[in-house]
Design a protein around this ligand. Structure first.
Ligand code: MRU
Length: 354
């Protein structure tokens, strides 16, 4: 097992992204839960395609994948042109950064790798770049472990929680953000049950969150997205816990489509709303949620269900992949640097400075 794949805590056995024998190994998330199959990638275009096609998805997992992809690109560019690989790799970095628009971790990881390139590398660039990619990966797992502790400490013993999309091991370097809190909270007996929104249209909740929690032996109950408000009305959950694709400077959060309606319903019913994300997801350059680019995906994802056309011919679909939850609907944002209650611009800035 590679260093970045080491597991140290209970309920921490799944890794979606690994560096193995000079290649990138990704669990193909499009096939779960029916099949656990791996992709082995040894060049940048295949990594870009894996991100675009969502073989790997989830903001931090995309960032870690991008970091390793830069190693592969540098290796190929250096072999082709040892004198001028730095110029040639620029178009690779651009392609990679643009593979998906909303998750800021992708750009963040590319910029970290770029800093190593710009720092001046003598000879073969692969070893120093691999060192940085491994560091990004290990830091992400460490951040998740820390956020797990911090987030779980906020939850009263015996609680049940609702989560949306998949913000677990599969969506990160390992352990997960929202599901990191779930893992720590379950280990400490603070959380007794997890309700998972199925998360139409891509079904990250049904296919990935439920799979991940079943693998770990954490009790999970799947609900249709439209059942979430009634679940809250019945007092079955005390917290909603989600991840983020980007947190703007004022604390507004972009996350999987449906997060916003869940936050509105949570506030109405007095259910607490927690966003868990590493500081690599915080984008101080983006002033507020309105400035976050939202990915629009193909209509077929909505018009079809499990490869079957469920809508009448001629119907169109609108398929935004993310929405914005305004800061005022969020009770706490948990990062590896600490817990921000009732987030706003000043508190986010202060947290980022620590
Ligand atoms: O389209 P996806 O599956 O990449 O969207 C993922 C999410 O919205 C996650 O909640 C988010 O990236 C946080 S993952 C720790």
């Amino acid at each position: 097992m590679s260093q970045s794949a080491q597991t140290v805590l209970p309920y921490d056995r799944i890794r979606a992204v690994e560096w193995e024998r000079e290649r990138l190994k990704l669990i193909d998330q499009r096939l779960l839960p029916q099949k656990s199959e791996y992709l082995y990638l040894d060049n940048l275009p295949d990594c870009v395609k894996a991100i675009r096609d969502m073989a790997v998805r989830g903001a931090p997992a995309i960032g870690v994948t991008a970091a390793y992809a830069v190693v592969l690109a540098a290796r190929d560019r250096y072999r082709a042109n040892p004198e001028d690989w730095q110029a040639a790799i620029q178009e690779d970095l651009k392609l990679l950064a643009e593979a998906r628009p909303t998750a800021v971790n992708l750009r963040w990881a590319v910029e970290r790798m770029r800093r190593v390139i710009d720092g001046g590398i003598q000879g073969d660039p692969a070893p120093p770049l691999l060192e940085e990619a491994r560091r990004i990966h290990a830091e992400d797992i460490a951040a998740n472990h820390r956020m797990g502790e911090l987030g779980a400490a906020l939850i009263e013993a015996g609680s049940s929680v609702l989560t949306h999309c998949n913000a677990g091991s599969l969506a990160t370097g390992g352990y997960g953000t929202a599901l990191g809190v779930v893992r720590a909270g379950f280990a400490e007996k603070r959380i007794k049950r997890v309700y998972a929104d199925e998360t139409r249209p891509w079904l990250q909740g049904a296919r990935l969150t439920a799979w991940e929690l079943v693998q770990e032996g954490i009790p999970v109950t799947l609900i249709a997205d439209s059942a979430a408000t009634y679940l809250m009305k019945q007092g079955r959950v005390q917290w909603v816990i989600v991840g983020a694709d980007r947190i703007a400077a004022n604390g507004d959060v972009a996350n999987k489509i449906g997060t916003y309606m869940t936050a509105v319903a949570a506030r109405h019913h007095g259910v607490k709303f927690m966003v868990v994300a590493p500081t690599s997801t915080v984008d101080l350059q983006t002033p507020d949620g309105a400035a976050i680019p939202i990915e629009n995906r193909i209509e077929e994802e909505v018009l079809n269900f499990a490869q079957t056309h469920t809508a009448p011919e001629g119907a169109r679909a609108w398929n935004p992949a993310f929405d914005i939850t305004p800061a005022e609907l969020i009770d706490v944002i948990v990062t590896e640097k600490g817990v921000v209650t009732n987030p706003d611009r000043e508190k986010i800035a202060a947290m980022m400075k620590t």
